[in-house]
Design a binder for this molecule. Structure first.
Ligand code: DON
Length: 560
């Protein structure tokens, strides 16, 4: 099925989604920050108290998370900063996704038999794209913040220098990645004192990372991407078997992307455009679901329809999406209500559509690590930021003297067409690794803006990110508060394998039976997934609320 043409509808949509100026004027008067770590949430409030806005706070939280949650994100990784500026309603996504180095050659990731060598795609310097995080911090501070980087990076620098006790989640992931970390002297020196995973209570001091952050604070973007520091990175990466050059770093720039924007039930959804697949998939799913009165349906009928919407959106993800600077994508068509109406018509109200009866391809997924935080400030500025080094502790290598792990984002490319990546995702030409390209992401930082209420939402979780954001938004429309919607049990379908993954106790036995009778296969995982952080604001009541997923250990939502 190919996406229909929807030029006229698109024009109407653009009119429908422009935000009334009146909204820009009112203010919450309070701020809310929900992040995966108490120290990061506090860093954000410290910067707000120093006169910063939501975007200064976002820089502070982002940098602090890169210190206290090294398994999830860091200066060696990338990020998407979704921004809504209250003063003029400007909305933009700062895309600080990693890029493939010039020396990228898909053959480097294959073994002698021509099969994908997973060890090369996820472990070691060859797995690392050119990092975007430092560029994001400098760019967001300069273009959207009120404070100098020195102020907004101060809490992160202090945390790196004075140290903090990594939480049990951090240590658990360290255990999972220990063998790979142990191969690299730089990473071992930082994370495995005495060659072992430390016990709870151990304090991680990282003066090298404090230095790196100070360099960015002093010199901005160029402090990281040019000069002596860039030389150190290139030489260090070469020593570890990777191949970056000075130009890869010197030419790195964030991109400002127009968000995917569409109406849903009287609200405007603002979400991540390519190189994220999240916004397009979210638009496809919500456009399909707009055609049903979900609130009137029982849980089984509703889950069936949501799963069928997921199945169809994930099929298109693998087929069409990639880096917008390199690949032409039918974005308007995929996100048009007309296309969704066609997909809706193919859904049987009582029977699962077998995935193998639909064209396309895709495969299984495992959520591991990444991080998302949500901010509303007292003026109504919004920031939704998802940032990552990809798998826990990224590529598990540290260039000595830098204090941060390199990402393993190269594995988010379709390194070999049709062969699943670490999340079980497959792809083809649209997401093939090429010099300078950004690998397709599932990170979906999002806003839902309505006449009365606004939600800021996102989560880690690999390809499950998109369905988690969908379920969070649906729950919010049902009346769930942020804490409730982040804690809800989850289900996920991604076309292939043709199975609904569920967390423990998501459905009762009767509900499971009813879904199975409709033709759905269910698979209950051992572990919960995601670490969602959301905040909302009700203009009518003045209430500002936050919620941090209780699946996380140190997640903290505060309102002040
Ligand atoms: O950009 C992406 O889609 C992945 N690198 C995100 C990885 C992730 O969420 C791992 N998390 N739980």
């Amino acid at each position: 099925m190919s996406p229909g043409k929807a030029g006229v509808l698109r024009a109407l949509l653009l009119i429908a989604v422009s935000i009334p100026a009146a909204f820009a004027a009112d203010k919450p008067g309070k701020a809310a920050i929900a992040s995966a770590h108490k120290l990061a949430t506090e860093a954000g409030f410290e910067v707000l108290a120093a006169g910063g806005n939501a975007f200064d706070a976002a820089v502070a939280v982002s940098a602090a998370l890169s210190v206290v949650e090294p398994q999830s994100s860091g200066i060696g990784g990338g990020a998407f900063f979704l921004i809504h500026r209250a003063s003029d309603g400007k909305q933009v996504m700062v895309d600080a996704r990693e890029t493939a180095p010039a020396a990228t050659d898909a053959k480097q990731y294959l073994d002698a038999k021509g099969d994908l060598d997973r060890d090369k795609s996820v472990n070691g310097a060859l797995a690392a794209g050119i990092p975007g995080e430092a560029a994001a911090l400098a760019f967001v501070a300069e273009h959207y913040g009120k404070l100098p980087l020195k102020k907004s990076l101060a809490p992160a620098i202090r945390l790196a220098r004075k140290g903090f006790a990594p939480d049990t989640r951090s240590l658990m992931f360290l255990g999972l990645r220990k063998d790979v970390i142990a191969r690299d002297p730089g990473a071992t020196a930082l994370f495995l004192p005495g060659g072992e995973v430390p016990k709870s209570g151990w304090v991680l001091k990282n003066p090298d990372l404090a230095h790196t952050l100070e360099l960015i604070a002093d010199k901005g973007h160029d402090g990281f991407y040019k000069g002596e520091f860039a030389k150190k990175l290139v030489a260090g990466v070469a020593k570890m078997g990777g191949n970056w050059n000075l130009e890869d770093l010197a030419s790195y720039q964030v991109r400002e992307r127009e968000p995917i924007v569409f109406p849903y039930r009287g609200h405007t959804i603002v979400t991540a455009p390519p190189p994220s697949s999240g916004g397009i998939a979210l638009a496809e799913m919500l456009n399909i679901l707009q055609g049903y009165d979900l609130a009137k349906l029982d849980r089984v009928a509703r889950t069936h329809l949501v799963v069928e919407a997921m199945r169809r959106a994930y099929r298109d993800r693998a087929e069409y999406l990639g880096d917008p600077d390199f690949v032409k994508m039918p974005v308007a068509e995929l996100t048009s209500p007309l296309y969704a109406a066609g997909l809706r018509a193919s859904i049987h109200p009582k029977k699962a559509t077998p995935s193998d009866s639909l064209p396309g391809f895709m495969a299984p997924v495992q959520g591991t690590d990444t991080t998302h935080f949500s901010i509303i400030d007292a003026d109504g500025n919004l920031a939704a930021v998802t940032q990552t080094v990809n798998l826990p502790y990224g590529a598990a290598v540290v260039v000595p003297g830098t204090g941060f792990l390199l990402n393993n984002e190269m594995d988010d490319f379709a390194l070999k067409a049709g062969v699943p990546n670490a999340f079980g995702l497959v792809g083809g030409d649209a997401n093939a690794p090429k010099p300078g390209r950004r690998p397709l992401s599932s990170m979906t930082p999002s806003f839902v803006i309505g006449p009365e209420r606004t939600l800021v939402i996102g989560t880690p979780g690999g390809s499950r990110i998109i369905t988690m954001v969908l379920e969070g938004i649906l729950a919010w429309f049902d009346g769930d508060a942020p804490q409730q919607l982040v804690d809800n049990k989850r289900f996920h379908h991604q076309f292939l394998p043709d199975v609904i993954s569920i967390e423990k106790d998501t459905f009762s036995l009767d509900e499971r039976k009813a879904l199975q009778e409709m033709g759905h296969m269910l698979s209950e995982g051992e572990r919960p997934w995601g670490f969602m952080n959301a905040v909302d604001w009700n203009r009518k009541s003045g209430e500002v609320r936050g919620g941090s997923d209780s699946r996380g250990v140190s997640g903290t939502a505060l309102v002040k």
